[in-house]
Design a protein around this ligand. Structure first.
Ligand code: PEP
Ligand code: MG
Length: 574
């Protein structure tokens, strides 16, 4: 059987299917089997919960650290609280099944924590909700797959792979990732590319089409899936897999070269990262700096916010790892497809147009200032950190963020804590509003970075994760290309550097345009650094200018993409 989807991360993966089906936690059909029996079921489930959670905490402590594992041991303490257990037993005495007792008492506690003044107490609500889900799963025998213990050669299949799920994955165990939703620039796609795991997204009904354990071949470049392949097909794809890996290895010739076009004009080539650990991969891939550190991943997959100390340590780790090279750290960009349950942002009809990123941060200065203080402190040692603000739509937002930064500097100075007083501040240009006022924004900041993932979404009015409108989501559309050109021109006029950290920076077809528009810095995923350096090296400025002239005179996305891809293919053959 052959299935088709969107090829979101290149490469060939061959392995066995592991399906992540949604848990069904509906217990309405469970029959009450007597007070004693229900209490026994409850106690067994509590014991199982504690045993498994302790094992997860031990593993986390070894792999990540003491602090993170404390979140899990805290859950064990919470569930073992004699008062909480006695409330569940009372519910059973009143005729409830064990599932209903857990559901009722946990929901009561979660609501109580959610209504508290203190931020830390409020965050406990997410913990209790987690206890509730996992206890119900144990009682009903509907348990979620533990992503950290998958066997080697797993082809992970899910309706949607949320970023928080991807954060816990062990890349060496995953042969490929398949989902039913998500586009090329959804965050699961970006993370799959960062992990260098082949991924095919938006395959209709893939969860019902593939059985657990089935042999699957995933071609992340072609967006094709073969289920239960015969022996010959497996062999043919094994060969393809080897060829792909060899080609990737060939690129290593470009690792220690400087980034320049064929005339020797230099460009900066940076990497995008989501965790401090990825900075090592970026460094190993030959990145000349970090052009985007998505700090929201530090806030995800946990139940409380990272403290100032923790954040300072994470930012310093990246700054140190890059050893004097520039590190652009983006402030918290949550919302949209990046949920952080303990921040209780609430559900919205249009999350991508809603309460997210800088909008949330300016409204929650107590959270934002912790991050700004951590950034200022982390920059004290190597002075290579720059701050970047996401989703800017107005000059006021920049001024408000800078005022908070100034307040943080004053606090740190008063407290006698070292910090980088000269830290530069830039903005992401990823909304049409920012494009239109780029000239005014340029007067307020030290640099721009164009976020084409969101810019394409907002210019084209198309949800970047929605497969049904995927055809409209393209950076080759003249409206997106004109926006990019106009931002670069505004930066040049104002004399500030301009980079691009959206996925378009690594698109082979767009490289000649970006070179001739005058982009200063390309920031791409670590896995695309060498390929991008090779592509830049292939262009003479005059040739890139001629291609750009022609491309910018085409009126449709389709013609533009077709033309630029043909140009790229011709280049490749040289
Ligand atoms: C972008 O929008 O282009 C970008 C780089 O940020 P993110 O993908 O995290 O939204
Ligand atoms: Mg963005």
């Amino acid at each position: 059987m052959i299935l088709h989807g969107i090829g979101a991360s290149a490469g060939i993966g061959i392995g066995h299917a592991v399906c992540l089906r949604e848990q069904n936690l509906d217990y309405t059909g469970v029959v009450f089997s007597g007070k004693e029996e229900e209490k026994k079921r409850l106690q067994t489930a509590v014991d199982t919960f504690c045993f498994r959670t302790q094992a997860m905490a031990d593993d986390l402590q070894q792999r990540i650290g003491e602090k993170e594992s404390e979140i899990l041991t805290g859950q064990i303490m919470m569930l073992n609280d004699p008062f909480m257990i006695s409330q569940m037993q009372e519910a059973i005495d009143g005729g409830s099944v064990a599932e209903a007792a857990v559901d009722h008492v946990c929901t009561l506690y979660a609501d109580m924590f959610a209504g508290m003044e203190d931020e830390l107490m409020r965050q406990r609500s997410a913990d209790v909700q987690d206890i509730r889900t996992r206890m119900l799963g144990i009682l009903l025998g509907e348990e979620a797959v533990d992503l950290s213990t998958l066997p080697a050669g797993s082809v992970l299949i899910a309706h949607d792979l949320t970023p928080s799920m991807t954060v816990g994955l062990k890349r060496e165990k995953i042969a490929a990732i398949l989902t039913e939703t998500g586009g090329k620039t959804s965050h699961s796609a970006i993370l799959a590319r960062a992990l260098e795991v082949p991924a095919v997204l938006s395959i209709p009904d893939v969860l019902s089409a593939i059985a657990d354990g089935a042999v699957v071949i995933a071609d992340g470049s072609a967006g094709e899936i073969i289920v239960d392949p015969d022996f010959c097909t497996i062999n043919a794809y094994e060969e393809k897999r080897k060829a792909f890996l060899e080609e990737r290895a060939q690129l290593s010739l470009y690792r220690d070269r400087k980034t320049a076009d064929a005339d020797g004009n230099p460009y900066a080539l940076y990497a995008n990262i989501g965790t401090p650990a990825e900075a090592e991969a970026a460094q190993a891939a030959g990145a000349e700096g970090i052009g985007l550190f998505r700090t929201e991943f530090l806030f995800m997959d946990r139940s409380t916010m990272p403290s100032e100390e923790e954040q300072t340590a994470a930012y310093l780790e990246v700054s140190e790892q890059m050893a004097g090279k520039e590190v652009i750290i983006r402030t918290l960009d949550i919302g949209g497809d990046k949920a952080v349950p303990y921040l209780q942002m609430g559900a919205e009809d249009n999350p991508f147009l809603g309460y997210r990123a800088i909008r949330y941060c300016l409204d929650h200065s107590e959270i934002f200032q912790i991050q700004l203080r951590a950034l200022l402190r982390a920059g004290a040692k190597y002075r290579n950190i720059k701050i970047m603000l996401p989703l800017i739509t107005s000059v006021e937002e920049v001024r408000a963020a800078k005022a908070l930064l100034a307040a943080c500097k004053k606090q740190l100075a008063d407290e006698g804590i070292a910090f980088d007083d000269g830290m530069q501040v830039g903005v992401m240009i990823e909304t049409p509003a920012a494009v239109m006022i780029a000239d005014w924004l340029a007067r307020e900041v030290d640099f721009f970075s164009i976020g084409t993932n969101d810019l394409t979404q907002y210019v084209m009015a198309v949800d970047r994760g929605n497969a049904r409108v995927e055809k409209l989501y393209t950076a080759f559309h003249p409206a997106v290309l004109r926006s990019i050109r106009s931002v670069i021109q505004a930066a040049k006029r104002a004399g500030i550097p301009v980079g691009m950290c959206g996925e378009a920076a690594a698109d082979p077809g767009l490289i000649p345009l970006l070179l001739s528009f005058g982009l200063d810095e390309f920031s791409v995923s670590a896995s695309s650094v060498l390929q991008t350096r090779k592509l830049i090296a292939g262009w003479h400025a005059a040739d890139a200018a001629a291609v750009t002239e022609k491309a910018m005179n085409l009126s449709t996305a389709e013609e533009t993409e077709r033309y630029l891809q043909a140009v790229h293919q011709k280049e490749e053959q040289h």
